[in-house]
Design a protein around this ligand. Structure first.
Ligand code: CTP
Length: 401
């Protein structure tokens, strides 16, 4: 693990499952990698492994009780919340996942979690049927939505006797993910202009043409860029998402408004990522009054909107331009064509017909293509994780050769 000047501080929450024994190995790996690890155990975790084991390996007293005066004076739960560079929960039981998803803070671990502003990595481990339970799955979706990082459980033989998905991933894999999330602020100095969400092209005062974009990918990019030290100007179509803290956000509706806002931000940006699903067409006429119900078919005439990204491609002047390609066929060929035609440096292609990929979900399956001809097909991952991969690729591309 590459460690910066300051020793990274990890708070590891251990909840009660048989996989607690793997959390012991995780502490050893993290300490070996140069992290300071502070462990919080739930009561049920202490049924599986003693605090002494974690205390010995981490070199710090283990916290477990909210109202224990000795622990509070030695460790302090708000201090724990504030000191973490990263919070990890491994193993995370169905119970703790349910509590976090519903804002319950009834023990030390959940209370500290509620107070921390550190990024959170959750590694679920449980019986296969518990993992498949729709309530648990809904809770996981909720946690992804608020930007928590989730590790997929591994498949294999489970302690309950079943075979399937539910095992805590190997400690090495969790430690690797910790390393990735602890990445340094490697985007300091960059000023990203990021677009997100759909456009709405009005037909009359109550109707519009739009698409299924949720804005989640663009917002995930904005959050990741901010986390890694960049300045962000976000130009967004209508979404249900909260504006990322720290971004300068401009709300727009139509493609024409998006173009105007983008051109305004373009000159001060160092790079642009067009994740918005820009409307290709708009109605030629917008009725002033609501179009009334009638007996006969009506015709809708549409005219093309300007291609914003192509316009930026012609005026990029040293800026790095990243586009998205939403495709339903010939994924890489179509994306490569857009990369060249729009004069881009990178394009993130996704087949929106594939399960787990595309518009409205929290995950994506993407292939990154760049101007050097490199193609990188990525597996299914959360949009937050994909955002980080896109910035990793961006930095690779910027390296002097
Ligand atoms: N884009 C844009 N302006 C448009 C249309 C698209 O800036 N009027 C941008 C999108 O934000 C995306 C990229 O161009 O980054 C590709 O968008 P996509 O919808 O996949 O392709 P189009 O160029 O619209 O081509 P087609 O719809 O024919 O696939």
């Amino acid at each position: 693990m590459t460690i910066g000047v300051k020793q990274p501080s990890i708070v590891l929450g251990v909840s009660g499952g048989i996989a607690c024994y793997k959390a012991v190995e995780l502490v050893r790996l993290l300490v070996k990698a140069g992290c300071s690890v502070q462990v919080i155990m739930t009561r049920s975790a202490m049924e599986f492994v003693t605090p002494l084991t974690f205390q010995t390996l981490s070199g710090h007293p283990v916290a477990s009780e909210t109202f224990n005066l000795t622990q509070e004076s030695e460790i302090g739960h708000i201090n724990l919340a504030d000191s973490a560079d990263l919070f990890v929960i491994a193993p995370a039981t169905a119970n703790i996942i349910g509590k976090i998803a519903n804002g319950i803070a009834d023990d030390l671990l959940t209370t500290v979690l509620m107070a921390t502003q550190a990024p959170l990595l959750i590694a679920p481990a449980m019986n296969i049927h518990m993992y498949e339970n729709p309530i648990l799955q809904e809770n996981l979706r909720k946690l992804r939505r608020v930007g928590y990082h989730l590790l997929e459980p591994a498949e294999g033989f489970l302690a309950c006797g079943y075979e399937g998905k539910g095992r805590l991933p190997d400690p090495e894999k969790i430690a690797e993910e910790v390393q990735r999330l602890l990445k340094p602020k490697d985007l300091i100095g960059e000023r990203f202009l990021i677009t997100a969400g759909p456009n709405r092209e009005p037909l009359d005062p109550v109707r519009y043409l739009s698409n299924r974009s949720s804005g989640k990918m663009g917002y995930a990019l904005a959050r990741a860029a901010l986390r890694r030290g960049a300045a962000v100007a976000l130009v967004t179509g209508p979404t249900a998402l909260a504006a990322p803290a720290g971004a300068r956000t401009t709300q727009v509706t139509t493609a024409a408004e998006m173009r105007a806002a983008v051109l305004k931000e373009f000159s001060t940006s160092t790079a642009v990522i067009m994740a918005a699903a820009v409307s290709d067409y708009r109605p030629v006429m917008r009725a002033d009054k609501k179009i009334k119900h009638g007996k006969y078919p009506i015709e809708l005439r549409l005219e093309p909107n300007p291609d914003i990204l192509k316009e930026l491609g012609a005026a990029k002047d040293g800026r790095l331009l990243i586009g998205f390609a939403a495709e339903t066929e010939a994924l890489t060929a179509n994306a490569a064509k857009k990369l060249t035609e729009k004069n881009l440096d990178m394009i993130v292609a996704n087949d929106v017909t594939q399960e787990g990929s595309g518009f409205d979900g929290d995950s994506n399956i993407a292939t990154i293509l760049d101007r050097t001809g490199a193609t990188c097909a990525l597996p299914l991952m959360s949009k937050d994780d994909l955002a980080d991969r896109i910035f990793d690729h961006f930095l690779e591309l910027k390296k002097p050769r």
